[in-house]
Design a protein around this ligand. Sequence first.
Ligand code: NCD
Ligand code: ZN
Ligand code: ZN
Ligand code: ZN
Length: 392
Amino acid sequence: ETVDGGGGVLLPGFVDLHTHLREPGREDTETIETGSAAAALGGYTAVFAMANTDPVADTAVLTDHVWRRGQAVGLVDVHPVGAVTVGLQGTQLAELGAMADGDAHVKMFSDDGKCVHDPLLMRRALEYARGLGVLIAQHAEEPRLTVGAIAHEGPNAARLGLAGWPRSAEESIVARDAILARDAGGRVHICHASTAGTVELLRWAKAQGIAITAEVTPHHLLLDDSRLATYDAVNKVNPPLREDSDCVALRAALAEGVIDCVATDHAPHAEQEKCCEFAAARPGMLGLQTALSVIAATMVADGALDWRGVARVMSERPAAIVGLPDQGRPIAVGEPANLTVVDPDATWTVDASALASRSANTPFDSMTLPARVVATVLRGRVTAIDGEVRAR
Ligand code: NCD
Ligand code: ZN
Ligand code: ZN
Ligand code: ZN
């Protein structure tokens, strides 16, 4: 199949370092198959599937299963993220080596869903990961600071009386793990950076030569806590939507490279988990099919990034962070490649019910957004074209 990319922008296939696919455990909200379709339609050729499944992905048996299932679906490379710790309490290191050496070649381990409270355990994880040449992804939350009714500091959230995940919960753990990475020599990747203070900590840590990288989500670049005024739980997410001044700082940091890349934190939830009272609703929002357009709206439209910059933050940097071979290097004529074709002049209106995801919890429903993915190519094979998935 050939793609007529006339007038389009040709980019390397996007790489998402942070996707929740809910398989195993919550296949009613997303599966590797439905999430892969959403990824292909969003221009992705690789996604990193987070470990907070049920059961948690803390063994090579499970991470290898996720990898093989993704390959069987064949729409996108589904790289499993392993859990840093094992067991419900998460007080013991998982067998990172077995997961790294399995068929899945796990490249990144996360404490998503099972925060590493104990700094000594985190230090040992960084040391173990260093020896394996893999990455520890910090979900960037000190949960002991979110317990109780601490409202996060945004003026809107505070006025509305919403409890949340305060800046201190994020910034204290970023500072802790930057310093632990410095002394353990391992590499730490900060998930979903959301505050201006985190940007300053990243700037400091990078200036010290600490091996730290960070991602930001499209929703934290575009949306602020004024969205919370309706108490619509579609806007409930971890970390919470913050102030407009945070959005501004995050955009500048992404343009500058202090924040390395965009990651969706695609987090499908069932309707009944989102249509309840705000306090009872699950946090998280969809992201795979809207990411490129939200980046176009927040970064490209005002010249903060050109399309070369989009290739950097959505493909080359995330691929380099996890050490995906071949992504972003020049390709020879005739060589199978991972590519995304974007129409930069298109606009489209998001329809939550029309997304390929099994869930519909997008905060961008009914928004008209710029730029659209026209086609996605995985190793020379078209996986999505003109809004339709091409199964093998
Ligand atoms: C994520 C989820 O639903 O799994 N939710 C979220 O609000 N981001 C978990 C997470 O990444 O914190
Ligand atoms: Zn946590
Ligand atoms: Zn998270
Ligand atoms: Zn997440």
